[in-house]
Design a protein around this ligand. Structure first.
Ligand SMILES: [Mg+2]
Length: 238
């Protein structure tokens, strides 16, 4: 059965989320003259990521609000750089975080292989998005990076409610319904093996795992591996 539709993940699949985060924190630290507090930029990026993971987990566990985890990320990160942040007011932490997001959003970029693959597939395939983030967050990224016009607005599916996110089948099936196709005629492309590849397979779509790092992890039956999006059009024909 030929594949007639393709659904894509956004962050770290079409959109270089990790790259914009890295550029954003480094630009913000440079602006505040804080880069000298770390041995090298990579250490700062790794530390920022570590603090993000810790505090975002507390948000997911219901311990912190969304803005509360942003403020805690700022306090913990600066504490690790040697600042005394115990008494840092909420307003100051919020302002620091806003400075970071301004730098990060200025660094928004798509991967260079994203626009060409969408242009190549558009004449022959119905294209859509299935993302675990709300579309209010994802639509501006796709617009700013020149990718939004490849998708009908009805083909953009985000997750706004817990329990309806990838890897649960429902969100993939919603994406297929929005394309007007049954799951076995739809491919899904994403960078997360668990959420994207295994999730799509579980919902009956044809799963393509985008392994940009070429990590060569052994994959399960039925999972197709891509190292770049440029490989996708040929892979869909086989
Ligand atoms: Mg992703």
């Amino acid at each position: 059965m030929p594949i007639r539709g393709v659904l894509f993940d956004v962050d770290d699949t079409l959109f270089d989320y990790s790259g914009s985060e890295r550029a954003g924190i480094l630009a913000h630290l440079r602006h505040l003259d804080l880069l000298r507090r770390v041995p090298d930029p990579q250490t700062a990026v790794a530390l920022w990521r570590e603090v993000l993971d810790e505090q975002y987990a507390r948000f997911l566990a219901g311990e912190l609000t969304f803005t509360g985890q942003q403020r805690e990320r700022v306090r913990r990160f600066l504490a690790r750089l040697g600042e005394d942040t115990a008494a840092m007011p909420d307003e100051a932490a919020t302002a620091w975080f806003a400075g970071y997001t301004a730098h990060r959003d200025a660094a928004w970029t798509a991967f260079p292989d994203a626009a060409p693959v969408l242009a190549a597939l558009a004449p022959t395939h119905r294209l859509g998005i299935v993302s675990n983030a709300p579309m209010d967050q994802q639509r501006p990224k796709l617009h700013a990076t020149g990718l939004l016009h490849h998708f009908a607005d009805t083909a953009l599916v985000g997750s706004d409610r817990p329990g309806e996110a990838k890897p649960a089948p429902a969100i993939f099936l919603t994406g297929c319904a929005r394309l007007g196709l049954p799951p076995h005629e739809v491919a899904y492309v994403g960078d997360r093996y668990d959420l994207d590849a295994l999730g799509a397979r579980g919902a009956g779509l044809r799963p393509f795992w985008l392994d940009r790092a070429a990590s060569r992890t052994p994959v399960d039956d039925g999972i197709h591996v891509l190292h770049t999006l440029a490989e996708l059009p040929a892979a869909l024909r086989t």
